[in-house]
Design a protein around this ligand. Structure first.
Ligand code: SAH
Length: 211
């Protein structure tokens, strides 16, 4: 159930759905998703589906993780540091950690932040910093970021995040109301922000404050 073959089947499914960046596919193939969910759900870990992780949150669907990661990498010459908002169990964090130098990630639910930090440490991921905080403020001390990826849905792009995006960088996030959002990509050019809209998605809402 956790074998290389099972993981490769997931990758084949992602290719069939249109994911083509080999680095993204490799990162997904190398990420043991069964270690990011409860043992009772481990047998379903390589299905292309979102699964519950407690606290009314979910581990994202692999296709969505791949789609957002591809969008984040596309058109950015070299990513040096990424800011992720919504660590959850840390699955997307580990995918990113294999593709860029440094990942900073923020989670508002304390026990999820601690569990994700410990899990990634056990998996020998050493280029990730995870803090317990409210992603609406971003993490200005370490910015600007060549990439910002938000894995919970705000109603509108949080203002603070625009400033923390480096020139030449990209921000990818679901934007909209509960249950129906659109994937948005924002690219920062020398004197502008360019916005493009992608597919319809369904993320948990981005909420203020930490708990
Ligand atoms: N990236 C995860 C998906 C996590 S679900 C994965 O790979 O599967 C979204 C997460 O965003 C939840 O854990 C939720 O608690 C968190 N979140 C929601 N609003 C937030 C905020 N304002 N700041 C930080 N995290 C937030």
């Amino acid at each position: 159930m956790t074998s290389r073959r099972t993981r490769d089947r997931l990758v084949d499914r992602l290719i069939a759905k249109g994911i083509s960046n080999p680095r993204v596919l490799d990162a997904i193939a190398n990420t043991p998703r069964h270690l990011f969910v409860d043992e009772a759900l481990a047998s379903r870990a390589y299905e292309d589906a979102a699964l519950p992780i407690g606290y009314q949150q979910t581990i994202s669907q692999p296709f969505i993780v791949a789609t957002m990661t591809e969008a984040l990498l596309a058109g950015v010459e070299k990513h040096t540091r990424i800011l992720e908002i919504g660590t959850g169990c840390g699955y997307q964090t580990m995918v990113l950690a294999q593709l860029v130098n440094l990942v900073y990630s923020i989670e508002r639910i304390g026990p999820l932040q601690v569990a994700a930090r410990d899990r990634l440490y056990d998996l020998k991921i050493r280029n990730v910093y995870i803090k317990h905080g409210d992603g609406f403020a971003g993490w200005p001390e370490n910015g600007p970021y060549t990439g910002i990826l938000v894995t919970a849905a705000p109603k509108a792009v949080p203002e603070e995040l625009y400033e923390q995006l480096a020139v030449g960088g990209a921000m990818v996030l679901p934007e909209g109301d509960k249950n129906v959002q659109r994937l948005i990509t924002i690219r920062r050019t020398a004197n502008n922000y360019e916005r493009s809209e992608g597919e319809w998605v369904n993320f948990v809402p981005m909420l203020s404050g930490k708990v």
